[in-house]
Design a protein around this ligand. Structure first.
Ligand SMILES: Cc1ncc(COP(=O)(O)O)c(C=O)c1O
Length: 374
């Protein structure tokens, strides 16, 4: 007897193309060809995003760390970000000796509330980090306007937002710099990996130098660092997988969106239920289709998780508020960031999810809804 495999919440889509490129890089990508796939991957990414500069990195965390260091963020500075985030957005701030300032999220996009960002600005504010959570888009016009008026750069953490488009501009291309993640859970993956992108030539040069252990491009002396830098490079083999994924990026992004739209068709109209927003002006990259139950439904994360578990379905919790973690000071006044995770989960959404799987996940939610709400 065969048992039905669990429905995972995520897994990558790897075809013969990725395998062929990785194999070629492993067999031949050395010596004169040791940067070939890295350069190709960076060029393809620049083109896709419509930005001038891109540096492939070992992770998004590394890209954020170097970008923040290049902006001069350091001890005594404050950086404003949403309380709802993966810790990867906050840790580079802490490593640089600065203080993360957590503000609340909007109830519908689960991204930074611009009014609260403005209220949190002090003379110490050195940057605002806009995280496009789960592929939802931040209010970029308002955030960029706040940044301009206060002379504070807006960084885009687009780790989760490949495929997201804000008024025709791709997520990650609008701020002082953008950072992407290619972790195995992401829409585009290289196993582990990331990308730093910017349109600022000076910032690019600084990050390029930092990324090469402080060795400047024009430095003729061999093995001569001009400053203390970082080692957050992507390997040629990872970049080879990235090149194949870039050739398939439209298919990969479309599949994510189709899954979100399919879930929305089935679930979004239910009383007391909301999902990732999506509109022609703010196109969601749909990295993590997410369901949020209104408090009045009495359906909690635990109830949904255990119902999923009984049905062989993986669910992923909505990010805990960072300010609830023991290493930070609690900010329970961030009511949305503290309340939404208690009544929401990310739904399975990998490329090869079948319509039977989608039916099964939706049916569990529909049954729960019937039991609790009708
Ligand atoms: C919002 C956000 N920022 C940063 C990161 C860090 O990405 P990486 O794991 O590539 O360092 C992640 C990872 O999932 C993320 O979700």
């Amino acid at each position: 007897m065969t048992t039905k495999p669990r429905i995972l919440y995520t897994k990558p889509s790897i075809t013969e193309l990725e395998v062929a490129y990785a194999t070629d890089a492993a067999a031949n990508g050395w010596g004169d060809r040791c940067y070939e796939y890295i350069e190709r991957f960076e060029a393809a990414f620049r083109m896709h995003l419509g930005v001038q500069y891109a540096i492939a990195t070992s992770s998004c965390t590394g890209a954020l760390h170097m970008g923040m260091a290049a902006l001069g963020i350091g001890p005594g500075d404050e950086v404003i970000l949403a309380d709802t985030n993966w810790i990867a957005t906050a840790s580079p701030i802490v490593h640089l000796g600065a203080t993360p300032v957590f503000v609340d999220i909007l109830p519908d996009t689960w991204c930074l509330d611009p009014a609260l960002v403005e209220a949190a600005i002090t003379p110490r504010t050195k940057a605002i980090v806009a995280v496009h959570l789960y592929g939802n888009l931040c209010e970029m016009d308002q955030l960029l306007d706040i940044g301009r008026r206060h002379g504070v750069p807006v960084i885009e953490d687009a780790a989760e937002a490949i495929g997201s488009i804000y008024h025709g501009k791709r997520a990650g291309s609008m701020g002082a710099f953008g950072a992407f993640s290619f972790h195995g859970t992401k829409t585009l993956t290289t196993g582990e990996g990331g990308m730093f992108v910017t349109n600022d030539a000076e910032l690019y040069e600084r990050v390029l130098t930092l990324s090469n252990h402080g060795r400047a491009r024009g430095q003729r002396k061999q093995f001569w660092p001009d400053m203390v830098g970082f080692k957050y490079k992507m390997s040629n083999i990872q970049a080879a997988i990235g090149c194949a994924q870039m050739e398939r990026i439209d298919t990969l992004s479309k599949r994510k969106r189709d899954i979100l739209l399919d879930y929305k068709l089935r679930l979004d109209k239910l009383k007391g239920v909301s999902m990732n927003p999506d509109s022609p002006a703010k196109v969601s990259g749909a990295w993590m289709p997410t369901i949020v139950f209104d408090m009045k439904t009495n359906i909690t994360r635990e109830i949904l998780k255990s119902e999923f578990a009984r049905n062989g379905i993986d669910a992923r919790v909505f990010f805990w508020p960072l300010s609830s973690l023991q290493m930070f000071q609690a900010v329970p006044q961030n009511a949305n960031a503290w309340s939404i995770p208690t009544r929401s989960v990310n739904l399975p959404s990998y490329h090869d999810l079948t319509s039977d799987d989608l039916d099964q996940v939706s049916e569990v939610i529909l049954q729960l809804h019937r039991r609790y709400v009708l």
